[in-house]
Design a protein. Structure first.
Ligand SMILES: [Zn+2]
Length: 77
């Protein structure tokens, strides 16, 4: 199993990120109205049953990696 979640970014101006990283402390950025621009973090289990996490700049990158995990990691680049 793998768990995918978006991580707030101080470069992002969506409402959630403005709460997590107030502009007064992290610098002003334009409001982000079409969704969060933060990276995606995938928490997954390796073949030896350890939990690991990996961060991806894009959702499609995370999906790609997760698809490889589903393959048993045999197609990992
Ligand atoms: Zn955001």
């Amino acid at each position: 199993m793998a768990d995918l979640q978006q991580v707030p970014s101080k470069m992002c101006g969506c409402p959630d990120c403005l709460i997590d990283f107030p502009p007064e402390q992290h610098g002003h950025r334009p409001p982000q109205t079409d969704g969060c621009r933060g990276p995606w973090r995938l928490v997954f289990r390796t073949a030896d049953r350890r939990w690991r996490s990996k961060t991806f700049p894009t959702l499609s990158g995370a999906h790609q990696f997760r698809a490889q995990l589903a393959d048993g990691g045999r197609h990992a680049a």
